[in-house]
Design a binder for this molecule. Sequence first.
Ligand code: FAD
Ligand code: NDP
Length: 460
Amino acid sequence: MQTFDFDFFVVGGGSGGVRAARMAGQRGARVGLAEVADMGGTCVNVGCIPKKLYSYAAHFADSFEESHGFGWEGAAPVLNWETLKANRAKEIKRLNGIYDKLLDGAGVKVIKGWARMIGAHTIEVGDQHYTAKNILIATGGTALVPAVDGHDHVVTSDSMFDLDPFPRRLLVVGGGYIACEFASIFNGLGSHVTQVHRGEKVLTGFDEDVRSFIAVEMAKTGVDFKFKTEVESITKTALGLFVKLKSDGQSLTVDTVLYATGRIANASGLGLGAVGVEVSAAGAIKINEHYQTSVPHIYAVGDVTARMQLTPVALGEAMVVVDQLFGPAAGKAARSMSYDFIPTAVFTHPNIGTVGYSESQARDKFDKVSVYRADFKSLKHTLSGSNERTLMKLLVEDATDRVVGLHMVGPDAGEVVQGFAVAMKAGATKAVFDSTIGIHPTMAEEFVTMREPVAPKIHA
Ligand code: FAD
Ligand code: NDP
């Protein structure tokens, strides 16, 4: 019988890889994990966590401003960018250490370096070779910058956390999650932000009301949107980066140009082709419903498969793979992964929280859909002086009365929507929402007090 160094070898110590390695180790498997950079991957080092910390930092600007209406006096404090960077770096280092400890505690052998497949069961890291019965590729993704004249002068989100000096004038290119979040964050931190998007609205795929509403709200906070245009060229001058846009000869000079125009799977340089692992035209690893690649003992999860590029999705997929290979945790059923009703938040200012179908998706999918919508100024802003508004929207499939879409643009929308996502996964109907007692006074209570649909019931 063939013997292997490991039962399970994981390539990539990000969200999916660490979770899979740790769980497999806890089940008693002999596990190896290769990671070329700091432990924790995109989310911990240059994604969710530092982004959210900077988002908190940016929100203070509003709070200082809004406190005056509540009687607080005095000038707003100023941001010390160096302090924020240093504190963020310290916290990320702490998290890296926690990940290292968790893996160590689960008995996982961590191998630092770039891993690539040199045989169906053999991985090379540096000058060492390791064999494994099963292999998981969890190598994530990388920002994609399109070819543009002056390409060398732009940065991606990876560089935004340590910019030196702080960008007083920032151009953000793109209209997706990263572009909108970074535009909001740096606007809050004090940059003058221009956001250029090739489309008519930001956040393709989100509910149309949400897409329009967030742009209005972000513009109120100071983000200068330029829609339906693209960058033609970027030139370095003594005054900064001179950016020419394709529309009407418009131009601007900024300190930093951030390209947030999507991410591609990290599937190259891994030796996948040579061992028969197939990759799609877009460069993502192809997998079946069990996360097996075209080589059945090689699995792939997370951003490298370019499905939903979200940390909880990578974590969920990783745990399904481990349960398949090593059995579920004691006393638990084997996990499965459903891609329906995955909630998501965009940490713009204000936040977006969403779960289920957008109105147009719901109308395509279901025969008849009722729409409930509320657009209001929150209680807090009656004194704060802010003109921020909040949007809440419910979509109900008439035939079943099931709530199939729930959308919010407003403070802490991610926090609010997480709980409703549980109810919607459980199949909650509008009648269940209506019979739920609200928590008063909150914004979230609006979701259980919307009584009249705003649009006539329309046949799809
Ligand atoms: P990753 O976490 O990217 O991990 C891949 C790891 O593999 C990396 O550590 C890399 O160094 C390593 N690696 C790659 N190739 C090799 C190799 N050959 N050998 C050894 N190691 C290798 N998601 C959310 O849910 N919420 C958010 O708020 C959020 N914010 C984000 C903000 C930004 C700016 C970005 C870029 C992403 C954000 N995401 C967010 C997405 C989230 O970070 C990813 O979906 C998640 O990290 C994917 O996990 P993964 O395990 O697939 O890959
Ligand atoms: P997205 O796919 O969300 O957005 C990419 C944006 O760039 C779109 O607006 C797209 O326009 C635009 N674009 C694409 N190509 C070009 C081009 N050649 N020129 C100009 N514009 C272009 O990608 P992001 O990079 O923002 O984020 C990647 C993923 O990371 C997200 O999809 C999300 O899954 C994850 N993420 C999650 C976060 C969260 O959970 N809060 C936060 C950050 C990232 P168009 O719409 O017209 O195609």
